[in-house]
Design a binder for this molecule. Structure first.
Ligand SMILES: Cc1cc2nc3c(=O)[nH]c(=O)nc-3n(C[C@H](O)[C@H](O)[C@H](O)COP(=O)(O)OP(=O)(O)OC[C@H]3O[C@@H](n4cnc5c(N)ncnc54)[C@H](O)[C@@H]3O)c2cc1C
Length: 295
C-alpha cells in the first residue's frame, strides 16, 4: 500500500504532562536515600502504566496522511476523538487519481515477481497481458483492472460533458486515494493504535497504524511502550479471535511463550502466568511493524 505519513508535529511533551500531574499532586517515591520527588519520566511512566489518561491529552500530534483509500478512510474516521481535514472530491479533480492495490492483488503480483508500477501501467492501457500465470490469478488481475480503468474513463468523460465534480465523483472506486491533515492527542492515539495494531484490524488499517507509529516514534520515542490493547493493559479483550485463523499472526497468544498475554477469559479462569519477557516483546512488535507497514 502507498500510505505515507508526513510533516509530523508534536505539541507539548512528557515534561508538560508531568507538570500537569504535579499541579494535581504527585506523591514522593521511596529510594535508597529516602523519599524523593519523582522525575518527569517517572511521572509520565506512572500515568501511562496506571492509565491516568486525561493528563496524556496535553500531548497533541498533527500529521498528514496520504495514499489512504477513500473507502477505508471511513474506518479512520470512526475514531471520533480526533480532528481531520480531508481532500475534497467536490472541489479537486480526480482525473489522474492514484489508487490502493488490496492484498488480494499485491499477493498475486508478489507470487509472480511483478511490480505494482508495471501492473498499474497495464491497468492504464486497459489490458493486463501476462504469460505463464494461473487462470484464476489473471482473471482477478483483469477484473480489478477493469474497474479502475472504467472508473477513470467514466469520471473523465463525465467531466468533459460538464458534469460537476461533485456528481462525477460517484464513479470513483473504493480504492481511490485520499489525504487528510490529522490532529490527535496522545490519549486518543493510544486508543487508535491499541485497536488497529491488532491482528483483528483490516490490512489497510494495520498498515496505516504501523506507519503512524513509525512516524510518531521519530518525534516521540515513548510511544515504544504502547502497542495493541492486550499489550497496553496486560490482558487481551479479543477472547475468541486470537485462536481463530484471523489471530494467526498474534505473537502474544501462546501460553508456552514468555511473551504470552492472557485474555480476559484466561484471567477469569485463574490461569497461572510466567514473567513477561519485555525485551523479547519489543522484537515481536518490530517484526509486526515491518510486516504491516509493508502490506
Ligand atoms: C477490528 C475492528 C473491527 C471493527 N468492526 C466494526 C464494524 O463492523 N462496524 C462498525 O461500525 N465499526 C467497527 N469498528 C469500529 C469500532 O467500533 C470503533 O468505532 C472504532 O474502533 C473507534 O473506536 P473508539 O470508539 O474507541 O474511538 P473514538 O471514537 O476515538 O472514541 C475514543 C473513546 O471515547 C469514548 N467515546 C467516544 N464516543 C463516545 C460516545 N458517544 N459515548 C461514550 N463514550 C464515547 C470511548 O471510551 C471511546 O473508546 C471496528 C474496529 C476494529 C478495531
Amino acid at each position: 500500500m502507498n500510505i505515507e505519513i508526513k510533516n509530523v508535529k508534536i505539541f507539548n511533551n512528557i515534561s508538560f504532562v508531568a507538570h500537569s500531574a504535579r499541579v494535581s499532586g504527585v506523591g514522593k517515591i521511596k529510594s535508597e536515600e529516602g523519599f524523593r520527588d519523582p522525575t518527569d519520566k517517572e511521572i509520565f511512566a506512572m500515568i501511562l502504566e496506571n492509565d491516568y489518561s486525561s493528563a496524556l491529552e496535553h500531548i497533541i500530534f498533527t500529521f498528514e496522511i496520504h495514499g489512504l483509500s477513500k473507502g477505508n478512510s471511513a474506518e479512520l474516521l470512526e475514531h471520533r476523538i480526533a480532528s481531520h481535514t480531508g481532500r475534497s472530491t467536490r472541489y479537486q479533480s480526480e482525473a489522474d487519481f492514484d489508487y490502493t492495490l488490496p492484498p488480494a492483488i499485491s499477493d498475486i503480483l508478489n507470487k509472480y515477481g511483478l511490480s505494482q508500477q508495471d501492473y498499474k501501467k497495464m491497468v492504464e492501457k486497459g489490458n493486463v497481458n501476462l504469460d505463464n500465470i494461473e487462470k484464476k490469478d489473471i482473471d482477478i488481475l483483469n477484473l480489478y483492472s477493469k474497474v479502475i480503468h472504467t472508473s477513470r474513463s467514466v469520471y473523465n468523460s463525465l467531466l468533459k460533458l460538464k458534469v460537476p465534480k461533485e456528481s462525477a465523483r460517484y464513479a470513483l472506486p473504493f480504492s481511490v486515494h485520499t489525504s487528510y491533515t490529522y490532529t490527535i492527542n496522545l490519549r486518543s492515539l493510544i486508543n487508535l493504535l491499541g485497536l488497529r495494531l491488532c491482528v483483528r484490524a483490516s490490512p489497510e488499517m494495520k498498515c496505516l497504524a504501523s506507519k503512524i507509529y513509525l512516524a510518531v516514534r521519530k518525534v516521540f520515542p515513548e510511544i515504544d511502550n504502547v502497542w495493541c490493547r492486550g499489550y497496553n493493559f496486560a490482558v487481551c479483550p479479543e477472547n475468541e479471535v486470537r485462536d481463530s485463523p484471523q489471530g494467526k499472526d498474534c505473537p502474544f497468544k501462546n501460553p508456552e511463550n514468555d511473551i504470552f498475554i492472557p485474555t480476559k477469559k484466561h484471567i477469569k479462569a485463574g490461569i497461572e502466568l510466567e514473567p513477561f519477557n519485555r525485551k523479547k516483546s519489543f522484537k515481536a512488535k518490530e517484526a509486526l511493524l515491518k510486516k504491516w507497514s509493508e502490506i
